[in-house]
Write a protein that binds this ligand. Structure first.
Ligand code: ADE
Length: 358
């Protein structure tokens, strides 16, 4: 028996569909982890930016598939929020394999890394975030696993000590780090492919923003997307967070649509300036200017004075400030540039003790 649906059936199924979609969207907005997972691109076509890197990776993947071998171990480095984890997920999808995601601080005890290595299947990808924070023991367990796909285990004590070589399936390790320089030489040498992720252009970020808004059913104009992109510090993670905040403002104060004006008003309220700097960035730069005559001043002194920890300053604030030319790193500490004075609206500048006016 076939059932012919009447118009009301269609209407109620459309309503049910819409409800289902809004439940999914509500889940996306539930917390940061859900949000990132909902909007994470799964294919090279939907992954915006990093075009040179994407082209190289596509060739590497095609070659590995032709040879029917797992990919070489890969290391991605670059500032946080540029899509290292996302890219690893795209690679897994493209290779048609599972990916297990962990981070170095979670691999504290030998059994943590041994457990995860032993759970891998042929061809699978193990992604280790913040790999520069791996401890010595975990690193030494990884060396033979990466090189020869073996786990070297020792049993017994002193004179009765025995080494067991346990074979592992051929897997691919993808490591990600914000600090390539802190990786030990032997670990870095075991990666066949090393790539740096670059900051995104305003156009690329604007595409990321439009895509995210589309997934979340948020109406946005091209100018609105560019206004958010301009203040996103070249970083998709920041751009996506700002979309959420601006969408809240658009919904509460306007009709829900993100226009250039709505985006600018909302970002002004959030105290994110037209370079994308927030209060922490500004207090860091102002401190160097006002208390240390433009620098140089040590990072520990800066951290103590503004009440942030050194790691947050080094990993989160500094990469963009350095790239934007608002901060310099010297052997004697951090110093600002003429551009910093100009951007923060100072009339007198002081560089290396030389005072001048704009
Ligand atoms: N969201 C975060 N990173 C992205 C990217 N590179 N492309 C599209 N959406 C993203």
């Amino acid at each position: 028996m076939s059932i012919i649906a009447d118009d009301n059936d269609f209407k109620s199924s459309a309503i049910a569909d819409k409800k289902k979609r809004s439940v999914v969207k509500a889940e996306c907005l539930d917390n940061d982890k859900h949000f990132e997972n909902c909007i994470r691109p799964k294919t090279f076509d939907t992954y915006i930016g990093q075009s040179a890197l994407k082209e190289t990776l596509k060739i590497t993947i095609a070659a590995a598939k032709k040879r029917e071998l797992p990919l070489d171990h890969l290391l991605f480095y670059g500032p946080p929020g540029l899509g290292k984890t996302t890219l690893a997920g795209v690679i897994a999808e493209q290779m048609g394999v599972e990916i297990k995601i962990t981070s170095a601080p979670a691999l504290e005890r030998p059994r943590d890394i041994i457990g995860i290595l032993m759970s891998l299947k042929e061809g699978e990808i193990l992604f280790i975030d913040e790999i520069h924070r791996l401890n010595k023991v975990a690193e030494e367990i990884l060396y033979p696993a990466m090189e020869d796909f073996f786990l070297d285990m020792t049993t017994g004590k002193s004179q009765t000590v025995k080494t067991l070589r346990i074979p592992l399936p051929k897997f691919t390790l993808i490591g990600a780090t914000t600090k390539a320089g802190e990786l030990s030489g032997p670990l870095r040498d075991r990666f066949g492919i090393i790539h740096r992720l670059e900051f995104y252009t305003e156009d690329e970020l604007s595409q990321v923003i439009t895509r995210t808004a589309g997934i979340l059913d948020i109406e946005i104009t091209e100018e609105g997307a560019h206004a958010i992109a301009k203040r996103s510090r070249g970083t998709p993670r920041i751009a996506n967070r700002l979309v959420k905040r601006v969408a809240d403002y658009a919904l509460v104060k306007h009709d829900g649509k993100i226009t250039e004006d709505v985006a600018n008003k909302s970002l002004d309220i959030l105290k994110i300036d037209n370079f994308g700097l927030d209060n922490t960035d500004r207090s860091l730069l102002k401190l160097i200017i006002e208390k240390y005559d433009g620098g140089p001043v040590g990072i520990e002194t800066i951290a103590a004075a503004i009440g942030e920890d050194v790691r947050t300053i080094e990993d989160v604030c500094e990469p963009f400030l350095l790239q934007a030319g608002l901060l310099q790193r010297t052997p004697r500490g951090r110093k600002v540039t003429p551009e910093t004075y100009r951007h923060l609206g100072y009339k007198n500048i002081n560089i290396n003790g030389q005072k001048s006016l704009f």
